[in-house]
Design a protein around this ligand. Structure first.
Ligand code: HEC
Length: 166
């Protein structure tokens, strides 16, 4: 047992150190895939969350992440991430519905004339079928308003949303 437990302790100690220290001091080879685009730090994510308009500034990002588990089988959210059954969602806020060039949308989505924001996404996630009849997202929806609030805030923080410069 010692043989198994000891490296785990050492690893978690290394991770703790890496999390506290400057980024360039991170130990090599503990993270095989360095992020290609600069992704926001946890502190930056929390600052972005706090700057969102109510009720999103009170969202629970952990619950949002859990709610997003229901979307992950069909959607990636990383910059340049692949389209799967559904389109990649990076940069979705502020973009016109059905606008990713390389994704084959339904006619309904491709010709929809609205832009994604918290409000349209909230209606979409509440009931995709009635919000945009004829779309091809086979997802029943998130009936719980708190789950929708949290997943929307999670997506704002994770998909490169930038608050309007004032
Ligand atoms: C079973 C697969 C599936 C699941 C699960 C799913 N989606 Fe989708 N989603 C799709 C498909 C397919 C489309 C494209 C719809 C079309 O073209 O009509 C889509 C489209 C979208 C769009 C529009 C994107 C754009 O480029 O305009 C958003 C936003 C979205 N989904 C968010 C979500 C979120 C958030 C969840 C989880 C709460 C989710 N989806 C769950 C398959 C899925």
């Amino acid at each position: 047992m010692r043989n198994i437990a000891a490296p785990a302790v050492a690893l978690s100690a290394a991770l703790t150190l890496a999390a506290c220290g400057p980024n360039d001091a991170a130990p090599a080879d503990s993270a095989p895939q360095a992020p290609k685009a600069p992704s926001p730090s946890e502190a930056e994510k929390l600052a972005l969350l706090a700057a969102l308009p109510a009720p999103y500034n009170e969202a629970d990002l952990d619950n949002g992440r859990r709610a997003f588990a229901r979307c992950r089988s069909c959607h990636t959210i990383t910059p340049g991430g692949p389209n799967m059954t559904g389109p990649n969602l990076y940069g979705v806020f502020g973009s016109k519905a059905g606008a990713k060039e390389k994704y084959s949308y339904s006619h309904a989505m491709r010709t929809a004339a609205f832009t994604w924001d918290a409000e349209t996404l909230d209606h979409w996630l509440q009931n995709p079928r009635t919000f945009l009849p004829g779309n091809k997202m086979s997802f029943a929806g998130l009936p719980d308003a708190t789950d929708r609030r949290d997943v929307i805030a999670f997506l704002k923080v994770e998909t490169g949303f930038k608050p309007q410069a004032e």
